[in-house]
Write a protein that binds this ligand. Structure first.
Ligand SMILES: *Cc1c(COP(=O)(O)O)cnc(C)c1O
Length: 353
């Protein structure tokens, strides 16, 4: 069991009033733990949230050796605090760590770090419908060394940010840009890890899509630019002719916890779901024959994000009537209901803090 030294802040901040937005406000505390080669992970502690001091030569600044996770804590109507499948984030963090030559963090220590810091800042969890406490665990490489090699020292930190409802007035559909020039990741690369480099690679296309009036980018495979991969920070699902499809995990797609939960729910409801390769031509064809019924993204931030419009080159596809599909709405209601304790949890996904 992780031995965590807790030092409470002497200067607690005022809680935010008004709209929270996303990722701009941070709580009073953070979890910190060091890694030193030969010694392992050590000095687990919870301290005041504040700036940290690092050498400008740190490996993370130059070669991007870092990994991060994203998860949430929810305040239930019963007053209890819940996490959603935190063991999946812990396992995925280590998948990223292995690929990036970062030392693994024992999964129970990862989860305990998250629980402990959320417990300390529990009164920061917002309670309005749709709000939550966003949790950002991350590891950075801290050796002050400009040679290209895995660092021998690291920092593991967990910071917390109260976040507003993603949709302020119910689910609303987004427009998505299918990118046919830039690519995000290739098989053999780091596409399946949660790491800054993937996001750095995505920014130019994100700017291009925004300028054209689309809120997110849908990536195609990095070799043929023909097969669907995923959205910026979401996995993607298509309902075609009664069947739900999502790209199979192929090494360049991030294995989302929400994606996995959606697949399990669909199975339990008897809705046919398939993980396989999906070409952009197949989508265009399904659209043409009126069989493209629903499109939605899945991820921790929005849970389910209905897609109302898809653009590919000169084709603009309006999905269904451009509104919210029945399966999208049912998935959103079910997952958020399980997360907040409003619904039964037949899969054992909810973890009380
Ligand atoms: C985090 C992330 C997702 C969604 O994963 P969840 O575990 O469902 O939040 C999807 N794609 C990318 C690139 C991501 O970074």
């Amino acid at each position: 069991m992780l031995d965590i030294k807790i030092t409470k802040t002497t200067a607690p901040k005022a809680k935010p009033q008004g709209p929270l937005g996303f990722g701009k406000i941070f709580t009073d505390h953070m979890f910190v733990m060091n890694y030193t080669e030969g010694k392992g992970w050590h000095d687990a502690r919870i301290v005041s949230f504040e700036n940290i001091s690092l050498s400008p030569a740190c490996v993370v600044f130059h070669y991007g050796q870092e990994m991060f996770e994203g998860m949430k804590a929810y305040k239930g109507a019963d007053g209890k605090t819940y996490l959603f499948r935190p063991e999946r984030n812990a396992a995925r963090a280590n998948e990223s760590n292995r690929r990036l030559c970062i030392p693994e963090i024992p999964e129970e220590d990862f989860v305990e770090a998250v629980r402990a810091v959320v417990r300390v800042d529990e009164d920061w969890i917002p309670t309005e419908p749709g709000t939550s406490l966003y949790i950002r665990p991350f590891v950075i490489a801290t050796d002050a060394f400009l040679g290209v090699a895995p660092s021998k020292t690291y920092l593991f930190m967990v910071i917390l940010s109260p976040s507003g409802a993603y949709y302020s007035s119910g689910l609303s559909p987004v427009g998505i840009w299918i990118e046919d020039d830039y690519v995000r990741a290739v098989k053999g690369g780091i596409g399946y890890t949660k790491t800054g480099g993937n996001y750095a690679a995505s920014l130019a296309a994100q700017v291009k899509a925004h300028d054209a009036g689309y809120s997110q980018v849908l990536w195609l495979d990095g070799v043929e630019r023909r097969y669907i991969e995923e959205v910026g920070a979401m996995n993607i699902f298509f309902k075609i002719d009664g069947k739900v499809l999502t790209p199979a995990l192929n090494g360049s797609i991030l294995p989302g916890v929400t994606r996995n939960s959606v697949l399990q729910l669909l199975k339990s409801w008897g809705i046919p779901a398939e993980e396989r390769r999906i070409s952009v031509d197949e989508l265009l064809e399904a659209q043409k024959t009126g069989k493209l019924e629903e499109v939605f993204g899945t991820g921790t931030a929005a849970v389910i994000s209905p897609v109302g419009k898809l653009r590919y080159k000169d084709d603009v596809m309006t999905i269904g009537d451009g509104g919210i599909g029945a399966v999208s709405q049912r998935l959103y209601d079910t997952i958020t209901g399980i997360q907040t304790g409003a619904l039964k949890d037949p899969f054992g996904w909810r973890v009380e803090i």
